[in-house]
Design a protein around this ligand. Structure first.
Ligand code: FES
Length: 571
């Protein structure tokens, strides 16, 4: 084994080594500091991140594995983001969590790290940090919750919240009934059980090679999660011995496999910004067009909400993620290695589908092509994306009149106004929701439909927005419009009444306004007022440095990595 990084802190007879050892000793044997890998457990457990609250239990199993393999486990609480709790949107804090985690991994005497995540932004932030500090790192996803039931029906957290909310607004459900469903929705520990962002990022991170194959998707209450966590702790010690850092095995081939997985599972559009941001930390050139190019050929095989019917514990009992990936084995890059040192495809031989209603075979897919489609045109010159699998087929080619909202507050204030001039053919346009404009790029693109149209039975309309969409949502939504309105994109110039043409198959989104007329327009004052930059703090730094969605919405100065070397020591 090469010399441990932590030995720079602990080896020697000088005063500094004395201080490092003495303060950490606290009853541990002296062998603690004698060539034993110091393995951090970057733990996003928090009472305010309910999806990750059980990770303390997972951490105990990891510790046992690390210790058993000869390492020293060191729990490191890191910034945690509860998707449903933090304001104004968890995405505003993803880069902060990544930066803080990266710096603490670098600053401390750590040789390797086990990353415990779950809720939407936590795995992306942890992987961005690990990529930039480039220490041996392995992810353990906390796993989805079990399926809850309400009035005899399975409830998908997220997706069914939107559905129940719309049913209440349409008058089909009372407020009391809506409220009574709350305690059924979240039945157990774990993250959302739909194919939302948390589930997506866990499965995609496994396809990327950063999770021991077969682990992602294990439900949070399942004993096998703890068993696998113990084994992952043992593996972390071996990773240090093998010097298997992210930069030694993550290549574009790994991202190719992640994109195939994203399409086959019908995963969240949020994976696009997260994967581009992670790739950026590794110096890998990944673009939104890679998602279209690689994902377009991939069939949808997983029948999970929001695109389908079932939930994550159904996927697990039906054969799990590896059974899905076995069906698309020929589309995977066989060279892409995993954290174990073996190619991802080597783990597919024994996988089997046990319930073909949940996992479709390649020969009988739910949809023949399920990837994310990139859209460009005069309204989105830098690109936008849409998830056709979650859209209504009859709206994939559509011409409609714009109804424009300058902000999400403007939207809420007017959407249920009985006098709002809107019909089922209108195109709802929401701006001011991009990385800079909000700031933080919230999940608001799937705007709820006007109550008066819901009452008429309308369940989907074309929507266009510079924000993101919850992975648990559905609808014909063009999102991540780039450049965003606040960055000077043409989205800022759309006026209510303009005609918009969407053609998903052709990859086009055009504003039907003559170029000279558009050039003469300026954004209205309400639009500009809504984009006033915050005066201080993280938000100020974020707005000054955040990149657009097509570049992963990372901060410009965080792209790339700095490695783990800290050349100066001082107290
Ligand atoms: Fe945490 Fe959905 S709110 S995963």
């Amino acid at each position: 084994m090469t010399e441990l990084r932590s030995s720079e802190w602990y080896d020697g007879d000088d005063r500094n080594a004395y201080i490092h050892r003495a303060w950490m000793r606290r009853g541990t044997p002296s062998s603690t500091f004698e060539g034993r890998p110091q393995i951090a457990i970057a733990n996003t457990a928090s009472d305010l991140t309910p999806c990750n609250a059980h990770l303390d239990e997972v951490a105990q199993s990891v510790k046992h594995g690390i210790y058993e393999a000869g390492g020293i486990p060191l729990e490191l609480p890191v910034v945690s983001l509860g998707e449903t709790q933090v304001r104004p949107t968890a995405m505003l804090w993803r880069n902060m969590a990544a930066m803080a985690t990266e710096e603490m991994l670098r600053a401390n005497p750590i040789d390797g790290v086990v990353l415990l995540g779950g809720c939407d932004k936590t795995i992306p932030a942890l992987l961005m940090a690990a990529a930039s500090v480039d220490l041996p790192a392995v992810v353990i996803p906390g796993g989805p919750m079990l399926t809850g039931h309400f009035r005899g029906e399975a409830l998908g957290c997220g997706t069914d919240v939107w559905r129940l909310s719309e049913e209440m607004r349409a008058g089909n459900l009372t407020k009391d009934q809506f409220r009574a469903s709350e305690s059924s929705t979240i039945r157990s520990k774990g993250h959302c059980n739909t194919m939302g962002t948390a589930s997506t990022m866990a499965l995609v991170a496994e396809a990327l090679g950063t999770i021991v194959p077969g682990l992602a998707g294990t439900p949070a209450p399942d004993a096998r999660l703890l068993e696998a966590s113990h084994e992952t702790g043992r593996l972390a010690v071996q990773l240090v011995a093998d010097d298997r850092r992210p930069s030694t095995f993550l290549t574009k081939a790994n991202f190719h496999n992640a994109i195939v997985a994203l399409a086959a599972i019908g995963g969240s559009t949020n994976a696009v910004v997260h994967l581009i941001a992670i790739a950026g930390r590794l110096g890998i050139d990944l673009t939104i067009d890679d998602f279209d190019r690689i994902g377009a050929k991939v069939p949808l095989l997983v029948n999970l909400q929001p695109a389908g019917r079932y939930l994550m514990d159904d996927l697990f009992r039906a054969g799990g993620f590896l059974a899905v990936m076995r069906e698309v084995r020929d589309l995977l890059d066989p060279e892409a290695l995993t954290i174990t040192g073996k190619p991802f495809v080597d783990y597919l031989d024994d996988a089997q589908i046990w319930d073909a209603d949940v996992i479709s075979s390649r020969g009988n897919p739910l949809q023949p092509a399920a990837g994310i489609t990139v859209i460009r045109g005069s309204l989105a010159p830098g690109g936008a994306i849409i998830k056709p699998a979650a859209a209504s087929p009859h709206l994939l080619k559509h011409r409609g009149r714009a109804v424009v909202f300058d902000s999400i507050e403007d939207f809420h204030a007017r959407i249920d106004d009985p006098d709002l001039d809107i019909d089922a053919d209108s195109v709802m346009v929401l701006r001011g929701c991009g990385p800079k404009g909000y700031p933080g790029m919230p999940e608001v693109s799937n705007m709820p439909l006007p109550a008066k149209l819901l009452a008429q039975g309308v369940r989907d309309m074309v929507r266009v927005c510079d924000g993101r969409m919850s992975g648990t949502a559905y609808g014909t939504v063009v999102l991540h419009v780039t450049p965003e309105a606040a960055a000077g994109g043409p989205l800022a110039l759309v006026q209510t009444g303009d005609w918009i043409n969407l053609d998903v198959r052709a990859g086009r989104l055009n504003l039907d306004v003559p170029a000279d007329e558009l050039a003469a327009r300026t954004p209205n004052q309400a639009t500009l007022d809504g984009y006033a930059a915050p005066s201080r703090g993280w938000e100020r730094m974020y707005v000054d440095h955040v990149l657009q969605a097509d570049q992963g919405a990372d901060l410009d100065f965080l792209v790339g990595g700095s490695g783990s070397t800290v050349s100066r020591e001082s107290h």
